[in-house]
Design a protein around this ligand. Structure first.
Ligand SMILES: [Zn+2]
Length: 291
């Protein structure tokens, strides 16, 4: 570990600054330190502060005072919440996350907790979705833990699924099966001449059910339920058509989580897009009941 020190007055500085907060000198240098310190204060957070932390609850948020003096915010590992004592000696733990990020965390100096937590091996993102194994470190969330379930709610959508080609053949098979064989879907010559789209388009209902061909790369897994029921949809829209031959993909987010009489009701917003298009072709607020 390295932190700044003032060459003029020897004051140790954290976080990094341009001037010494003690004497205003700008002669600051980076020096290596042990990283050892004492536990200044801590708190036990029993509600996840971010969805990424739901697999590590309760979370121990702490302030550590380095031997050199500065305080830093961190999280504690290597001991149960009730075992920690303010003022006890602590040492750094380098928690390597996927990518290039390392979190600085702290463990009791006398614990056998490892000094480095190695990152999970993550499948390369360039691999086709069909080949990607389930993430090695999926967060497992009990549907009975309402706080953890609530932490899944997000404005942001997850990553894109694999892609699927909506060919004229697929549209034709669905026309046969469903009886929706209107020419706008099934007759390429007539569609070219008369359709405002200049080509045949997929049935909205077809694109909606093709979600089953699209694997959403979720980084969590909901567990502890006896039954998962598709309860229908709160909202279903087909804002733009899918012309025959286009590839589609999907992404989703958890919109709401509610405790209801029979279990936990999750609204998952699914958006299916033609690849490369900003506007979705299907918006579906799917209701899933975990019982
Ligand atoms: Zn100084």
């Amino acid at each position: 570990m390295r932190i700044q020190q003032c060459e003029a007055c020897s004051h140790w500085i954290f976080y990094p600054r341009a001037h010494c907060p003690a004497c205003a000198s700008d002669k600051l240098v980076w020096r290596s330190i042990s990283g050892n310190g004492t536990l200044y204060t801590f708190t036990v957070a029993r509600v996840p502060t971010l969805p990424e932390f739901t697999d590590e609850m309760p979370q121990l948020l702490a302030v550590v005072q380095l031997d050199e003096g500065p305080h830093l915010n961190t999280t504690l590992v290597g001991a149960a919440p009730e075992a920690w004592k303010i003022g006890q000696p602590v040492r750094p733990v380098f928690d390597e996350r996927p990518g290039n990020t390392t979190l600085l965390r702290y463990a009791p100096t006398d614990s056998s907790f490892p000094c480095v937590i190695a990152a999970d091996v993550v499948a390369p993102t360039t691999a086709p979705a069909a080949e990607v194994e389930p993430a090695a470190h999926k967060r497992r969330i009990s549907c009975k833990d309402l706080d953890a379930m609530q932490s899944l709610v997000s404005e942001a959508f997850g990553d894109w699924s694999n892609e699927f080609a909506v060919t004229q053949e697929v549209i034709g098979e669905f026309a046969t099966l469903s009886g929706d064989d209107y020419w706008i879907h099934t007759n390429p010559e007539r569609a070219k001449a008369q359709s405002p789209f200049g080509t045949t388009i997929a049935q909205g209902a077809l694109v909606q059910v093709l979600i089953s061909r699209l694997r959403l790369p979720l980084d969590y897994e909901i567990i502890d339920y006896t039954n998962m029921v598709n309860y229908g949809s709160d909202r279903l829209r087909f804002p733009t058509p899918v012309p025959a031959g286009c590839r589609i993909h999907a992404r989703s987010r958890i919109k709401t989580v509610q405790q209801v009489k029979s279990g936990v009701l999750v609204t998952q917003e699914l958006n299916i897009h033609v690849v490369g298009q900003d506007r979705p072709s299907v918006i579906n607020d799917l209701l899933i009941l975990y019982m």
